[in-house]
Design a protein around this ligand. Structure first.
Ligand SMILES: [Zn+2]
Length: 386
C-alpha cells in the first residue's frame, strides 16, 4: 500500500539507487585485479557451528529417520521469526551492514512465503540474534536449532566481514538466512556426485582468508550430509546454499574441474523448495476445529494443515494427535491481529503422540498448525481437542 503512495519521482530515485548498487557489485565482481593468475581470489565463506547429529533408537527405521532429518530443522509454516541486531559491544555492526541483512530478509519475504520476519529492539523477543563479530566468519544455526541456543546474549547468526565490500552483495545474508530457514549446504548434498581433491580442499580453506582447521573444512565442505537432510536426488549447483569453488578442488563431475561458480541470487530450485516448505498462508480460510471431534489430516510427509480454534469457554484443554505418526504441532494465539507462539510439541522418533495442554480463553482465536513427518505404522493421522 505504501508503495502506491510513493510519488513516481521517489520510485525512479529508488530504482536508480538500486541500479547503482548493482553496478558497484558487478564492477567489484568483474574487477580485473580481483584475483590471482586464475582471476580468482579466495573468498570468505560460511562455516556452520557444529551441532550433535540426531541419533535414533533401533525401532526407528532408516526411512523414518531420513524423513525426520529432512523436516525437523524446519519451522512450522506460519511462524513469525523475530530478529535482533546487537547494537553495542563487540557483536554490534554498522547501520550499513544491518541494512544489507535487512535486504537479505526482504529477498526471502518477497517470495510470498508463509514465514514472516520482524525486526525487534528487545533481544528477549528474538529467536534470531544477529552479531557482526569481525573475524568470526559468517554462520547461522540451522532452522529450529536456533531456539535451543541458551541465553539471551548468544548469537544465532554472525557476519564476520564487511558485507558492503563483499562482491557477492546481499547473497551472503540471503545464504545465512537460508540456514535460519532450515536449509543446509547444497554442496554437501549426497547426490551431488562431487569427488573432491581432498588435500587441495583442506589447503584452500586452511589458507587466507578463512584459515579453517581441517575439521571445519570437513564439517562444511567434504562431509556428505545424511540422505534426508536434503530432499530427493536433485543437486543444484546454482543454489544460494552452494559455495563457489576455484579450479583444482573438484575432480568429478569433470565439468567443474575448472571451478564451480553458482549464479548470483536465488535459483529456481531454492525458490521451489522454500515455497514447498513455507507456502503462502491464509489463516482466515482455515477450517474450524470443533471440540471433541476427531479430524483426519491426510497429509503427505512434510505437508502441513492449519485449523482455527475458537473456544466457547475459558478452560484447560488438551490438543492431541492420534495414529502412529510423527508430527510437529504448534499452537498460536491471536493478539492484536498477530499470531504469537503459544505452545508446541514434536513427537518425532518416539512412540508418543504430540500433545499440548493449555489454557484457552473464551472469545480468542487460536491457530493450530500440524506438520507431518510421516505415518510410520498407520495410514492416517487425526487430531482432536477437548
Ligand atoms: Zn553456509
Amino acid at each position: 500500500m505504501a508503495e502506491k503512495n510513493k510519488s513516481l519521482a521517489q520510485q525512479v530515485d529508488e530504482l536508480a539507487a538500486r541500479l547503482k548498487k548493482l553496478e558497484t557489485r558487478l564492477g567489484k565482481a568483474n574487477a580485473p585485479d580481483a584475483g590471482s593468475e586464475k582471476g580468482e581470489e579466495a573468498v570468505s565463506l560460511c562455516a556452520l557451528p557444529e551441532v550433535p547429529e540426531r541419533t535414533f533408537g533401533t525401532e526407528v527405521s532408516a526411512h523414518r529417520a531420513r524423513l525426520i532429518r529432512w523436516i525437523d530443522k524446519k519451522w512450522v509454516n506460519g511462524t513469525r521469526l523475530h530478529y535482533y541486531f546487537f547494537d553495542s559491544g563487540s557483536y554490534a555492526g554498522g547501520s550499513d551492514q544491518q541494512e544489507m541483512v535487512r535486504e537479505g530478509f526482504e529477498v526471502w519475504r518477497s517470495l510470498g512465503i508463509g514465514i514472516a520476519f520482524e525486526e525487534v529492539s528487545n533481544i528477549a523477543d528474538a529467536e534470531i540474534r544477529i552479531g557482526f563479530l569481525s573475524g568470526d566468519g559468517a554462520w547461522s544455526y540451522l532452522g529450529r536449532d536456533a531456539i535451543d541456543i541458551p541465553g539471551q546474549h548468544e548469537r544465532t547468526m554472525n557476519f564476520g566481514w564487511d558485507l558492503t565490500r563483499d562482491p557477492r552483495g546481499v547473497d551472503t545474508p540471503v545464504h545465512e538466512i537460508g540456514h535460519t530457514l532450515g536449509f543446509p549446504h547444497e554442496h554437501q548434498n549426497p547426490f551431488s556426485g562431487i569427488v573432491w581433491d581432498e588435500e587441495a580442499v583442506y589447503a584452500y580453506f586452511g589458507g587466507s582468508p578463512n584459515h579453517w582447521p581441517r575439521e571445519t573444512t570437513f564439517h562444511n565442505v567434504l562431509r556428505k550430509l545424511p540422505a534426508g537432510e536434503v530432499e530427493g536426488s536433485a543437486w543444484d549447483p546454482d543454489s544460494i546454499m552452494h559455495y563457489g569453488f576455484p579450479a583444482g578442488l573438484i575432480i568429478e563431475p569433470e565439468a567443474y574441474r575448472e571451478g564451480l561458480r553458482p549464479a548470483l541470487g536465488l535459483s529456481d530450485h531454492d525458490i521451489a523448495e522454500v515455497r514447498r516448505f513455507y507456502p503462502a498462508l491464509e489463516d482466515a480460510r482455515n477450517a474450524r476445529l470443533e471440540p471433541f471431534r476427531l479430524e483426519f489430516l491426510t497429509l503427505a510427509p512434510g505437508e502441513q494443515k492449519n485449523f482455527n480454534i475458537t473456544p466457547q469457554s475459558t478452560n484447560d484443554y488438551t490438543i492431541q494427535t492420534f495414529g502412529r505418526s510423527d508430527t510437529v504441532m504448534v499452537l498460536f494465539e491471536e493478539v492484536d491481529g498477530q499470531l504469537n507462539y503459544a505452545d508446541g510439541d514434536d513427537d518425532s522418533g518416539t512412540r508418543q503422540n504430540a500433545q499440548i495442554n493449555v489454557r484457552l480463553q473464551q472469545g480468542r482465536r487460536y491457530v493450530l498448525r500440524i506438520r507431518l513427518y510421516l505415518n510410520y505404522a498407520s495410514d492416517n493421522t487425526a487430531v482432536m481437542w477437548w
